[in-house]
Design a protein. Sequence first.
Length: 329
Amino acid sequence: MKRMLSGIKPTGQLTLGNYIGALRNFVSYQDDYEMIVFIANLHCITEYQDPADLRKNLTDAVALYLACGLDPNKSTIFLQTDVHAHAELGYIMACNTYLGELNRMTQFKDKSAKGEKNMTAGLYTYPCLMAADILLYDANYVPVGEDQKQHVELTRDIAQRFNNKYGETFVIPEPLIAKVGARIMSLSDPSKKMSKSDETNKGCIYLLDDLKTARKKIMSAVTDSIGVIQLDKANQPGLYNLIEIASALSGRTMEDIVNEYSGQGYGKLKTYVADVVCSEMEKIQNRYNEIIASRQIEKILIDGAEKASKIADKTLQDVKKKIGLEIKY
């Protein structure tokens, strides 16, 4: 069975975009692949996080993974810091990555262009850690959004470079991008991705939002003055985003939704999108509350880390041996 790996960085509460672009896909993949799913808590601290908020976000992320349908009997679920090989291989990967490659990474490049001050070395080098996250497990596939494809491409370059220097060591991973819902956009500014860091809090729906709040955000979503329900992403990005959300959650094609609501006005379409979103969120939230109350998270993480460590430690030892870090006594 082919192996698939991914993780989410819970620097804030998980969003509807996270669910559509990642979590929901993990659930569908776990029957066909050996799934390894981790909470990327080391990646959270490239920028300051309030410790209490971070602990809550980590707990909620695990609970929401499970509430969305990930099965610990099918998928290996763990905290990144519980498998120490991530940090060690991350440094080794940094020593096999060129400065020019890191300078081209989107997050660092964008922040630099904006003149942001006090960026950390961790923010600059985190793509090396991300490469280690993937390569530790011989992952064949990494499900990502369009904006994360660059990280998998860098991982492939680092892995091929290492293999050429030291002999065949790493599996070269392939990015896997969902055709629908790969990148859900902000409801208030459809030119931007739906993000946990949304300053207005109007464009982002959180999975734990009150359902009335979620409905209000959808009904207030930015559309356009064209007034025609059609698939025109370039000229009607807000409308396209709403239709894509509904399509991803309902299983209907975007064309089918357009045909049903053509000529009925944006209000009726938004009501339909809100109904679909709130129905899905209600199921997730009910399950989330059950999981939190059951106190099963700790055992799942311990078991997951134990399983993951067996794979990761073997890879790390092979790497250290090949590059000459080990001394035989």
